[in-house]
Write a protein that binds this ligand. Structure first.
Ligand SMILES: *[C@@H]1O[C@H](CO)[C@@H](O)[C@H](O)[C@H]1NC(C)=O
Ligand SMILES: *[C@@H]1O[C@H](CO)[C@@H](O)[C@H](O)[C@H]1NC(C)=O
Ligand SMILES: *[C@@H]1O[C@H](CO)[C@@H](O)[C@H](O)[C@H]1NC(C)=O
Length: 350
C-alpha cells in the first residue's frame, strides 16, 4: 500500500510536470516551434496550425475531422484527406496496412523539406506485414507501443477535483465478457482457452459484441462487478479499449495480456486483477467469489478514482481509428520533434 501511494505520488508529480510543460509549449509563440506554413495565403483554414494530410483512410473507416474536437477536445492541427494539398502539408499520415508492396500508392512528387511523414501501424509485430523499402521513409511513428513517437492509448486523466465521491454503479452480474459469439465457439487463442477453463468454475455472462455498442456497451459493463479484459493478442504495451471499457464503466477489469508490470506502466496497480496473479483459473474464480462477498475489499479496486478518470472511448466502427489520428494531430500541433526512422522492419521485431 505504502508503495502504491509512492507510485501514485510520483505519478501525480510527473503528471504535474507534464501539465506545466504542456502549458509552456502551448503558450510559447507558435512559429518558433514548427516550420512556417507554406503558401499560407492560399489556405482557407486557420494557418497557425499545421496541416496534416491523411493519405489513406484506415480500413476505409471515415469520420468527420471535426470529431477530433467534439470527441477528444483536440484541435491542434488542420486535418485533410485532399491529396492535392500534398505539397503544403506539414505532415502526411500513412497507414501501414494500406501501403502496397512496391510502394506505388505512396506520394510520388518530391517531398517538401518541412514535411514529416508519420507511420501509423495499428497491428502488433506478429501481424504487421513486412514491406521492403519502407526503411527511412518516415519521421515519426504512431502505434500502441511505448517507444513510438506518438502513442495510441486510452490514458487516464487526472481529476481536477480529487474529493468527488465515486458512486458504484448498480451491479446485477458478477462477471461478464463482450465478445464475438463465433470467435468464442471457433477460435483457439489464449483468451478463449482461458475462458473455457474459467467457466468450469464460475459463471460468465457473455454478450455478443455486435449488439452491444455505444451507451449500451458501457451500461452493460457497468452492470457487472468484473469484466474479462482479455486482449486478442499478447504483446508488450498492447493494452486496448478492452481494458479502458471497464475502467470507464466502474467495473474491475480482469486482464489477460502482457505482464502485470506492463499494465502498471499505464494504470494504477490496484485498479485491476491480472490472471497471472493466480496459479490457475480455479484460483481466480475462487478469489472473485470471495471478493463478491467482501464489499470493503472490492471497493478498494476503485481507490484510483479519487485522482483519475477514464474517458469513454467511441465504440462505433467508423471511429475505430479516430482517436489515433486525432492523437497524431495533437502531437504535431504541440511538438516539433522529428527524426528519420531508420529501419521499421527491425523496429517491429523488437
Ligand atoms: C491483427 O490482428 C488483430 C487481432 O486479431 C486484428 O484485429 C487486426 O485486424 C490484425 N491486423 C492486421 C494488420 O492484420
Ligand atoms: C487497432 O485499433 C483498434 C481501435 O483502437 C483496436 O480496436 C484494435 O484492437 C487495434 N489493434 C489491432 C491489432 O487491430
Ligand atoms: C524525414 O525523413 C526523410 C526520409 O528519411 C528525410 O529525408 C527527411 O530529411 C526527414 N525530414 C525531416 C524534417 O527530418
Amino acid at each position: 500500500m505504502a508503495f502504491g501511494f509512492k507510485v501514485l505520488r510520483a505519478t501525480i508529480f510527473v503528471a504535474g510536470i507534464g501539465v506545466l510543460v504542456l502549458m509552456y509549449l502551448k503558450s510559447s509563440p507558435a512559429p518558433k516551434c514548427r516550420p512556417p506554413p507554406v503558401h499560407s495565403a492560399q489556405l482557407t483554414t486557420k494557418t497557425d496550425r499545421p496541416l496534416m494530410l491523411l493519405w489513406f483512410w484506415p480500413e476505409n473507416k471515415k469520420f468527420d475531422f471535426q470529431d477530433c474536437k467534439t470527441l477528444f477536445q483536440i484541435d491542434d492541427c488542420t486535418l485533410t484527406d485532399d491529396r492535392s494539398l500534398y505539397s503544403r502539408a506539414h505532415n502526411v499520415l500513412v497507414y501501414h496496412a494500406a501501403i502496397q508492396d512496391d510502394l506505388s500508392n505512396l506520394p510520388t512528387s518530391p517531398r517538401p523539406k518541412f514535411q514529416r511523414w508519420i507511420w501509423f501501424n495499428n497491428g502488433t509485430h506478429t501481424n504487421t506485414s513486412r514491406i521492403e523499402g519502407i526503411q527511412s521513409l518516415f519521421n515519426l511513428t504512431l502505434s500502441y507501443r511505448k517507444d513510438s513517437d506518438i502513442q495510441v492509448r486510452w490514458q487516464l486523466t487526472q481529476k481536477r477535483n480529487s474529493d468527488e465521491n465515486f458512486a458504484l454503479p448498480k451491479k446485477e452480474r458478477l462477471l461478464c465478457w463482450i465478445v464475438d459469439d463465433e470467435d468464442l465457439a471457433t477460435k483457439s487463442g489464449e483468451r478463449y482457452s482461458y475462458y473455457r477453463e474459467l467457466i468450469k468454475h464460475i459463471k460468465v455472462d457473455v454478450f455478443q459484441s455486435s449488439s452491444v455498442k455505444g451507451d449500451t456497451y458501457f451500461l452493460t459493463i457497468s452492470s457487472c462487478k468484473f469484466y474479462l479484459s482479455f486482449e486478442n493478442s499478447i504483446n508488450r504495451d498492447y493494452i486496448t479499449e478492452t481494458f479502458n471499457g471497464p475502467l470507464a464503466s466502474g467495473t474491475v477489469p480482469i486482464v489477460l495480456g502482457p505482464p502485470r508490470k506492463n499494465y502498471e506502466d499505464f494504470a494504477y496497480g490496484t485498479s485491476f486483477i491480472h490472471v497471472n496473479d493466480f496459479p490457475n483459473a480455479l484460483a481466480l474464480a475462487q478469489f472473485l467469489q470471495k471478493l463478491d462477498k467482501d464489499n470493503e475489499a472490492y471497493m478498494k479496486y476503485f481507490n484510483w478514482r479519487r485522482f483519475f478518470t477514464a474517458i469513454r472511448h467511441p465504440t462505433d466502427e467508423k471511429h475505430k481509428f479516430a482517436h489515433a489520428i486525432c492523437q497524431a494531430c495533437l502531437h504535431v500541433g504541440i511538438y516539433n520533434n522529428y527524426r528519420v526512422v531508420p529501419d521499421l522492419n527491425k523496429w517491429l521485431l523488437l
